[in-house]
Design a protein. Structure first.
Lengths: 288, 479
């Protein structure tokens, strides 16, 4: 379709122009990896946040975005990234090599839930076990709320997570999983409750097509962690900047768009419950 | 009913019908052509989209990436990205090699991993078709009994078929574009018609008018006197013009024929009167001769007293008068040895000069003849009668003329005068005997002229108008 091609061309041109303004690797920037633990398509918000951090850290800041947690975590461990906002599950899997820089405060607490959602027209499902033989969307194989939680629930119910569904697929992100459910592509998905709430705030037309079936117990919020590449000074500096954002009037817009109250500190032990689930599922040693 | 209609309406109506048929035929042809082109264009476009998309889907299918596949097939349907194109697929489906739905743009309608046939009757047909005809090319499936056209593209990676892309285009989506085009075409047709139809009426009426005129004029023949018939007719060299010219010629001949007929009737009447008078004259002459002889004899041998003498004289005068009259009536072109010559002409001139002068009449006299082999007595009699009549009819100070000439073995005598014209109702009876309009005349002058002319195989005619009254006598010269 010619129109589509033209539009795509214009978009890619616009992206190229935007990219030219982005910090280059040889500027020695602070490299921060971001994953779909939050709504990564808030491009303008990321730009503001980037500028905000650059002003305070007095160094260029580079946000590196990837679809999967694994790519970001690998880059972090391989010292190609200094920091990353990742899920609690990869963090606890690699907590020996990673340091907690900051934990987002959501609705007053550094906690979140996993929400089981189904299409709105499905009015019968009461629990995940009702979805036998259906199509289920996992957000990411390294996600706590979108992978571990539903599989752990099935395991606890004495079911085999690998055979329970007729078809499963990876949606690469919570937002995509919500869209897959709202469009009817998947008959169900477990998604990050914070992402679901945020999407309900900004794009209610998508979440309106889904029904929240069940909320899991709370887990520690996906943290921002420092990798081996980040020097102790840089780690402390950025950690400090992030934790002060909650009280900084200039950060109000960023936090509002991210739909969090601010950043606080956390303990690696906060994530133990996630590690336990992974162990129970025999997944822990698979996480690279 | 149309058969009897005037050409004034027939021609324009026929023209209009022709224009209407032509315009609508051309418009219909254009519209159908445009519909076909439109369909071909859109389908070619759809095929292109299908090919590109099938190619794009290969990596996603190889990785069994449901979400990426879904995003890829959903993009062309995104209304925010595409606006509202008039021709757009309403659903896009990726089938696996078992013609099961792998991913569809509308998963509620086409749930994952269900047979395509479950979706609807139309898709059941499509599934049957695809299972039996696995083409390796992008094709448009125009299946009967379906309300959509399906563009099917095989998804092939390194000669291995991964599945089939099906894009469904509702047939109805042609309709808005087609309707737009058709309404434009119709609008143009109506504009053309609004110019052509009045033009055809105008031309039609113009073409029919001369015919109508001609027909109207022809219908008057037989009802009106051809001599009085006057028609305004179309002048041209085209067929109608020729017809009008022919009609005019016919009308002229008709008038001529009527004049001739009148002349023939008058001549026949005069001939009949001539025969009658001649026979009566002869019948009278015989006893008359006897009676006059008897009176002579009686006078010679008898002694007559005064009373008898008076009576006999009275009888004799009466009988003589009868004889004179009869002899005038019995005009006899008696052969004579003397030929008419210029001297006779001069004599005549001398004879009438006193009358001319006494009335102060201007006199034209042209006589250019040599001696002609005609009886001098008879020609003189004609001329003297006509001249005396002319002088009598001319008022004081008027004009009288006499023209005598011999042309092409014919003696032509013209005598003309000014003055009151002869009333029209008298003209037909001009040459009849005892028809006199003047108390002094005998009423036999023109009769005699006519009889002499006839007996010499010539003829006499009279023309009278406000300007002049003219008598023309034509007598052929004997060969």
């Amino acid at each position: 379709m010619p129109i589509l091609t033209r539009r795509h061309f214009i978009y890619s041109c616009a992206a190229a122009i935007a990219a030219s303004r982005v910090v280059r690797a040889n500027d020695n920037p602070v490299r921060i990896g971001i994953t779909p633990v939050f709504l990564t398509d808030l491009t303008s918000t990321l730009r503001i946040w980037q500028t905000y951090l650059e002003q305070r850290i007095s160094r260029p800041v580079l946000f590196v975005q990837r679809d999967t947690y694994r790519e970001i975590v690998n880059n972090l461990l391989a010292e190609r990234l200094d920091f990353a906002w990742i899920c609690g599950y990869p963090y606890i899997a690699h907590h020996q090599r990673l340091r907690l820089a900051a934990v987002p405060i959501y609705r007053g607490q550094p906690l979140y839930h996993s929400n089981l959602i189904v299409p709105k027209r499905d009015t019968s499902t009461r629990t995940i076990t009702d979805l036998k033989g259906k199509v289920f969307a996992y957000t990411d194989p390294d996600s706590n709320s979108g992978f571990l939680v539903p599989r752990f629930r099935l395991l606890k119910a004495g079911l085999d997570p690998n055979k329970f569904f007729r078809k499963t697929f990876i949606s690469a992100g919570h937002r995509n999983a919500i869209e897959a459910v709202s469009a009817g592509l998947a008959d169900g998905a477990c998604v990050d409750g914070y992402v679901w709430d945020t999407l309900a705030r900004f794009s209610p037309d998508i979440t309106d097509q889904t029904r929240l079936v069940k909320q899991s117990p709370s887990y520690a919020f996906p943290p921002i962690v420092a990798g081996p590449a980040a020097s102790p000074e840089l780690y402390l500096h950025l950690s400090d900047i992030l934790k002060k954002m909650g009280k900084d009037p200039e950060a109000v817009v960023i936090l509002d768009r991210l739909n969090i109250d601010g950043f606080g500190s956390g303990q690696s032990s906060d994530y133990n419950s996630i590690g336990e689930m992974a162990s129970a599922l025999g997944e822990l040693h698979h996480v690279s | 009913m149309f058969h009897d209609l005037s050409f004034r309406y027939k021609i324009p109506v026929r023209g209009t019908v022709l224009i209407l048929i032509t315009s609508f035929a051309v418009t219909a042809a254009l519209i159908f052509r445009a519909y076909d082109d439109l369909k071909q264009d859109l389908l070619a476009n759809a095929e292109g989209v299908g090919r590109v998309m099938a190619h794009t889907l290969i990596p996603a299918l190889l990785k069994d990436d449901v979400w990426q596949t879904f995003e890829l097939i959903r993009t062309p349907l995104d209304k925010e990205l595409n606006g509202q194109p008039s021709f757009q697929a309403d659903s896009i489906i990726v089938l696996n090699n078992d013609t099961e739905i792998y991913v569809a743009s509308d998963p509620f309608r086409f749930p994952m991993l269900t047979p395509l046939a479950n979706a609807s009757v139309a898709y059941e047909r499509l599934e049957q078709f695809l299972s039996s005809n696995a083409s390796n090319h992008t094709e448009v499936q125009d299946l009967p009994g379906t309300d959509s056209l399906y563009v099917t593209s095989p998804i092939i990676s390194d000669n291995v078929r991964l599945g089939t892309l099906v894009m469904s285009y509702p047939r109805a989506s042609f309709t808005p574009r087609f309707a737009r085009f058709a309404s434009r075409a119709l609008f143009a047709t109506i504009i053309a018609l609004s110019i052509l139809v009045p033009l055809s009426w105008y031309w039609g009426v113009r073409m029919a008018n001369p015919l109508v005129q001609l027909a109207r004029c022809m219908s008057r023949i037989g009802q009106e006197d051809p001599a009085q018939l006057h028609c305004e007719l179309y002048e041209s060299k085209d067929e109608i013009g020729q017809l009008a010219a022919g009609f005019r010629k016919m009308l002229g001949e008709l008038k001529e024929k009527q004049v001739l007929e009148k002349q023939v009737i008058a001549a026949e009447r005069l001939a009949a009167v001539g025969r009658l008078t001649a026979s009566i004259g002869h019948e009278i002459n015989n006893p008359l001769g006897g009676m006059l002889n008897a009176i002579n004899t009686y006078r010679r041998y008898g002694q007559l007293d005064e009373m008898t003498e008076k009576t006999v004289s009275l009888l004799e005068r009466g009988l003589l008068q009868i004889r004179d009259t009869v002899s005038v009536l019995l005009v006899q072109a008696t052969p004579t040895s003397r030929h008419f010559c210029i001297d006779d002409v001069n004599d005549l001139r001398t004879l009438i000069t006193p009358d001319i002068e006494s009335k102060g009449i201007s006199f034209e006299w042209i006589a250019e003849i040599e001696t002609l082999p005609l009886s001098a007595t008879l020609v003189r009699q004609i001329l003297i009668n006509l001249l005396l009549n002319a002088i009598k009819a001319t008022p004081t100070g008027g004009r009288v003329g006499c023209h005598i000439a011999a042309e092409q073995a014919t003696l032509v005598l013209n005598v003309y005068n000014s003055g009151e014209p002869i009333p029209k109702d008298r003209m037909p009876h001009l040459f009849e005997p005892f028809v006199h309009y003047d108390a002094e005349g005998s009423g036999l002058g023109l009769w005699v002229c006519y009889q002499i002319s006839s007996q010499l195989n010539g003829h006499i005619q009279a023309l009278s108008s406000e300007q002049e009254t003219r008598f023309t006598v034509m007598i052929p010269l004997p060969t």
